[in-house]
Design a protein around this ligand. Structure first.
Ligand SMILES: Nc1ncnc2c1ncn2[C@@H]1O[C@H](COP(=O)(O)OP(=O)(O)OP(=O)(O)O)[C@@H](O)[C@H]1O
Ligand SMILES: [Mg+2]
Length: 449
């Protein structure tokens, strides 16, 4: 998804070269020359970032900053200023600008500042998302589970939240690892500092280090400004190393050093940087197996495995399924403005299903049923077909093939009759039978029309 940037600059040549440079980076750009036009654009559009001159015809840069903060507080605003108005630039930082750049500048410098601002903003959004996910609904606890396994996890959470120990969360995909990680953070003394997630599986190997540790200005060609790494951003808070089992061996070594010494080297910096972070890692891989195969460093494994939290797959804690269904139905219903619940048979069918995608899969199924159902009660027939198919056959009535065929025929005729609003000639035509045969079948099935 492309990010959109509002550029406000009255000097034509600068405006055009900024626009071209930003477009070349893949951003969508709206460029205006006048302050009032900028205010109008902010009222109408949604921008990922605003880049504005301070002295402008029409409204001033300060007014644009205020407007942008009012419309969308998380959108970073970068001020551009000529030498003469540095004082204004500094005061704009106090009133909420992300950064300022003095003219003349080179375009690389702007591009780096823009990239950095967008990154910090997406982290801030991520934190808000996590906090929202954690806010409670109807005062119910956010992590649901009455099974012994989950009770044990809760007991452990209470204890580890109070400490600064490294936690390793293990569990299949969708078992709630990220939820547990953020719960630990928001119950810890670090709760007012950020929790920064690093998806180790999604970072390209050659970028991992600059992502994690940042770089100094001039560290390599193109490094026009200092870029903070995720460890810097997490300072004072928690870093969540998600999918740690997918980290390349080389980077494992660097992470090990941070764990051991709480310091790291930033690209292009002399000396090392000290950070105060709590580490939580998670993976759906079997790390012992990964160690055996030489894909995961054993010393890193031991460092991480200080307090392991194991989340069992949902199929091993079936008694949590009804609770989860109930909580999700209420939560989603609240959001969608629907009031629907699952019939006991539907809950039963779901309890008998083997969720390979765990809680996330269950959540998706509940959401889908809620969205599609027009009734207050969601029944077995409303569940996705693959769930009902895997039900054990104990309850299936022992019917002959002929009975089954008759049942299927009957329900199909009913469907088509409904579709044609009871028109027998149209129904016969669709079914490819004569009206007489249709009439016979309607009688045979005792269809009460
Ligand atoms: N015990 C639970 N109670 C309530 N909601 C839960 C529970 N476990 C998981 N969820 C919800 O299920 C979804 C998936 O959980 P989460 O993203 O934490 O899983 P994960 O283990 O990190 O998965 P993956 O390995 O695929 O990243 C989230 O929306 C989460 O809020
Ligand atoms: Mg996850």
């Amino acid at each position: 998804m492309s990010k959109s940037i509002l550029v406000v600059e009255d000097e034509k040549i600068l405006r055009i070269s900024l626009t071209d440079a930003l477009k070349a980076e893949g951003y969508i750009v709206l460029a205006v020359a006048d302050g009032n036009e900028a205010l109008a654009a902010l009222t109408e559009g949604d921008f990922s970032l605003v880049l504005t001159d301070i002295r402008l015809p029409g409204a001033s840069g300060a007014e644009i900053l205020q407007k942008s903060l009012a419309e969308s507080p998380l959108t970073p605003v970068i001020m551009m200023t000529a030498y003469g108005s540095i004082k204004d630039a500094v005061s704009s930082i106090r009133t909420g600008a992300f950064d300022y750049i003095t003219k003349p500048f080179d375009l690389d410098e702007i591009l780096i500042t823009v990239a950095k601002a967008l990154e910090v903003q997406s982290m801030a959004e991520e934190n808000i998302r996590l906090k929202k996910e954690l806010s409670s609904y109807y005062g119910a606890p956010n992590i649901i589970g009455e099974s012994k396994a989950m009770q044990a996890v809760f007991g452990l959470l209470g204890k580890v939240s109070r400490t600064d120990s490294t936690v390793l969360i293990l569990g299949e995909s969708g078992t709630g690892k990220e939820l547990i990680a953020s719960t630990i953070h928001y119950h810890s003394a670090r709760k007012n500092k950020p929790i920064i997630r690093v998806n180790c599986a999604a970072l390209p190997a050659d970028l991992i280090e600059s992502e994690l540790f940042g770089y100094e200005k001039g560290a390599f060609t193109g490094a026009g400004a200092r870029k903070p790494g995720r460890f810097d951003l997490a300072d004072g808070g928690t870093i969540f190393l998600d999918e740690i089992g997918d980290l390349p061996l080389l980077t494992q070594t660097k992470i090990l050093r941070v764990l051991e010494e709480r310091t790291f080297e930033r690209l292009g910096a002399t000396g090392s940087v000290k950070v105060d972070v709590r580490i939580i890692a998670a993976t759906n891989k079997d790390l012992v197996e990964e160690v055996k195969k030489g894909r995961f460093r054993d010393d890193l494994y031991y460092r991480l495995n200080v307090i392991p939290v194991v989340l069992p797959p949902l199929r091993q804690r079936k008694q949590d399924i009804p609770l989860l269904i109930d909580a999700f139905a209420r939560r989603l219903g609240d959001r969608m403005g629907i009031n629907a619940s699952f019939s006991p048979e539907a809950v039963d069918a779901l309890m008998n299903y083997s969720f390979s995608g765990n809680v996330r899969e269950l959540l998706n199924i509940v959401e889908r049923c809620m969205a599609l159902s027009s009734e207050k009660t969601i029944r077995v027939a409303d569940l996705p077909a693959h769930i009902v198919k895997t039900r054990p056959s104990a309850r299936t009535p022992l019917l002959s093939l002929q009975d089954v065929t008759m049942e299927a025929e009957k329900s199909h005729i009913v469907k088509i009759l409904q579709l044609t609003k009871g028109s027998r000639s149209k129904t016969a035509e669709i079914l490819g039978i004569s009206r007489k045969t249709l009439w016979e079948k309607i009688n045979a099935h005792q269809l009460d029309l």
